[in-house]
Design a protein around this ligand. Structure first.
Ligand code: HEC
Length: 123
């Protein structure tokens, strides 16, 4: 089967787009990270700033997770790079993962942030 020049053109476009995404800045956005977590993680993890203890969810609350993770979140980062069925982490773009990490970073310092009134988790 021969591909039409048009199909090849759109393939090149997609490759260019992928290259741009790979070079996107690494600093994540916690507010976007919360939206990503809401969509992909909240089914199993309590992702809120004030997790409900009962009834327990099958997965650790993001607040607890954020506080026992390594200071640089390298363990969580590695976890998200691996396959952990049924977790959908593999569905996230690199930029979305950075945003989720930024949201975890926010949660770790949530109390201080709340006190300053710049809570990103409560919009
Ligand atoms: C289908 C249910 C499910 C979904 C959806 C899910 N998780 Fe999980 N996750 C779990 C369970 C269960 C565990 C605990 C068992 C384990 O460590 O494998 C876990 C553990 C984790 C851990 C390790 C926590 C630790 O103890 O160190 C991380 C990090 C994590 N999840 C991140 C995510 C992220 C990010 C998302 C959204 C993209 C997500 N999970 C979505 C079920 C889920």
């Amino acid at each position: 089967m021969r591909r039409s020049p048009r199909a090849i053109g759109s393939l090149l476009c997609m490759l260019a787009l992928a290259a741009c995404t790979a070079e996107a800045p690494r600093a994540g956005d916690p507010a976007r990270g919360r939206l990503v977590a809401q969509e992909w993680c909240a089914g199993c993890h309590d992702i809120s700033i004030a997790p409900v203890r009962e009834p327990a969810r099958p997965a650790p609350a993001f607040l607890d997770l954020s506080r026992r993770a390594r200071p640089d979140f390298s363990d969580v980062r590695r976890f998200m790079e691996e396959l952990h069925p049924p977790m959908p982490t593999f569905r996230l773009w690199p930029e979305e993962k950075e945003n989720v990490l930024a949201y975890l970073h926010f949660l770790r310092h949530a109390r201080a942030a709340e006190a300053r009134g710049d809570g990103v988790g409560v919009r």
